[in-house]
Ligand binder design. Structure first.
Ligand code: FAD
Length: 261
């Protein structure tokens, strides 16, 4: 990555103008974008905009886009809320040095198929707030194919008393996940997200509907895992075959459900 002009705006409006009118490229932590061999005319550093925070607002938790994965991992709030699911999920990403750089904003905006950040967020009631677009459900943002010229300001998670469980399988620690699963439960309602398929995280609506209606037994948790594996699509890459991922999905969904109940 080569940068011609490095800009550090002091207002969100100023930053947005540069993205909108001058096609400036936002740099989050820069950990991933720097791996590409691209030439950037104008790079936008957001670190003067006070976007690094984790705040408990009573009914929701707000995480500023420039908050690093390490800050999320170590946050007292996120170690407790949702059974620490988000904090645990990010603690498995690469090493501390990378987690000290990589931001939640870059992790969400990048919509990476391998993401261990998006999967737990999908299993929670999560919204993303952009400077211009405003607040939208995370799922809508992930499904929209359009290339947004906007600034992700914060991630909002509703504090609705959900329990949570994140599970992943890797060939070695610090490697990318072969598959990851996040399950949350609020009263009888479950959310089941499966990511690194190696496609991006998706909710298994069939498995969610099933397990939310039946008696919570090991047998039914197994059935939910089978439903998720049947109804989601999986792919092959250098880490694992499609068949192996499908088998992992059955096991991780069952274990995740047993974990939250
Ligand atoms: C060696 C290595 C190993 C990794 N392993 C894993 C792993 O196992 N699991 C995992 O989940 N992740 C992994 N990651 C990815 C990492 O967790 C981050 O998701 C990634 O680095 C992006 O975050 P960043 O802050 O570095 O974003 P950047 O690289 O700075 O930006 C990423 C993209 O988002 C845009 N962007 C950034 N912030 C904003 C914003 N606020 N508004 C609008 N656009 C924005 C940028 O323009 C760019 O297109 C790994 C990364 C590296 C470098």
């Amino acid at each position: 990555m080569r940068i011609k002009e490095y800009l550090k705006p002091v207002s969100l409006q100023g930053a947005y103008n540069l993205v909108k009118n001058e096609q400036a490229i936002v740099i989050g932590g820069g950990a991933f974008i720097r791996l590409g061999d691209r030439e950037i005319e104008k790079a936008l550093d957001l670190s003067n905009l006070n976007l690094s925070f984790i705040e408990d607002k009573g009914d929701e938790i707000e995480i500023g886009a420039m908050t690093t994965l390490r800050e999320i991992e170590c946050s007292k709030i996120l170690k407790t809320e949702f059974d620490g699911m988000l904090s645990k999920a990010v603690s498995e990403i690469a090493g501390v040095q990378i987690r000290n750089m990589a931001t939640i904003g870059g992790s969400v905006f990048g919509r990476y198929g391998f993401s261990d950040v998006i999967t737990p967020l999908m299993a929670l009631d999560t919204y993303v707030e952009f400077y211009n677009l405003g607040r939208v459900p995370l799922e809508d943002f992930l499904e929209s194919k359009s290339k947004l010229q906007d600034i992700l300001v914060k991630i909002i998670i509703k504090k609705d008393g959900r329990r949570g469980k994140f599970l992943s399988v890797r060939n070695t620690t610090t490697d990318f996940s072969i598959l990851n699963v996040a399950i949350s439960k609020k009263a009888n309602e479950f959310k089941i997200a499966v990511g690194a398929r190696p496609l991006g995280a998706k909710l298994s609506k069939e498995a969610m509907e099933f397990i939310s209606k039946v008696e919570l037994t090991e047998e039914n948790a197994k059935k939910a895992g089978e439903l998720a594996a049947e109804n989601l699509s999986f792919g092959e890459d250098l880490r694992a075959s499609e068949i192996y991922r499908r088998e992992l999905c059955k096991v991780l969904v069952k274990r995740g459900i047993m974990g939250v109940i």
